[in-house]
Design a binder for this molecule. Sequence first.
Ligand code: AP5
Length: 213
Amino acid sequence: MILVFLGAPGAGKGTQAKKLAQDMNLKHISTGDMLREEIKKETSLGKRAKEYMDRGELVPDELIIAMIEQALPKDSGIVLDGFPRTVAQAQALDEMLKKHHKKVSCALLFDVEDEVIVERLSGRRVCPKCGAIYHIKYSPPKVDNVCDVCSTTLIQRDDDKEEVVRKRLKVYKEQTAPVIEFYAQKNKLKTIKATGSIEDIYNILKNALSNEC
Ligand code: AP5
């Protein structure tokens, strides 16, 4: 099964993708996590990507496509989280999968209103070591500001500052909307109303996967 998770920043893609990947033994590929790893290692890709990410803009397609091409597993199911984000990326993904006689099974759009997004992102805390995601109100760690999984001190992402969040939302509406249309035209798009508890949304997701993908 090859799943594409679409949705605005803060829609809950990463939270649901991590749970699903663990549950269904799928490989979770998040381009955002991969880029943050490159930044941490101070690679040339990381340095170039950081300039765009700090401004809330998309990293150029050719860098993202080259990075995914290397990371895409040949033999396992995949949850793609945050990729593709442009039509050029969606077309490149189809080409890459075609080489392995595979196709996207389903694109799931996590649909959330803008006000919810701003609240989710301002309260998000992440573990810089293992990538676990928390929210100070909706999914707090057991000990304040400490990761439940690896005991590392949690951080706030640089791009979760309000002005960058607004820019990311604008970029999403301008550049990622055509990707939603791309999958709708192929009859592969499923929309999930992504407000409510993390558990409730997960159950809706599992239902959509068993009935429609
Ligand atoms: P990326 O890391 O992919 O960020 P994003 O898509 O903007 O998504 P987020 O990680 O912000 O949100 P999410 O939907 O995963 O939400 P989460 O589960 O964390 O990309 C960052 C940057 O990298 C981009 O701006 C771009 O520059 C670059 N980039 C990445 N991919 C690229 C690509 N393909 N092409 C070009 N550039 C690319 O949840 C958010 C918060 O809400 C958390 O605190 C969580 O605990 C909480 N929460 C989740 N669900 C619920 C719920 N149901 N109720 C209450 N709280 C909830």
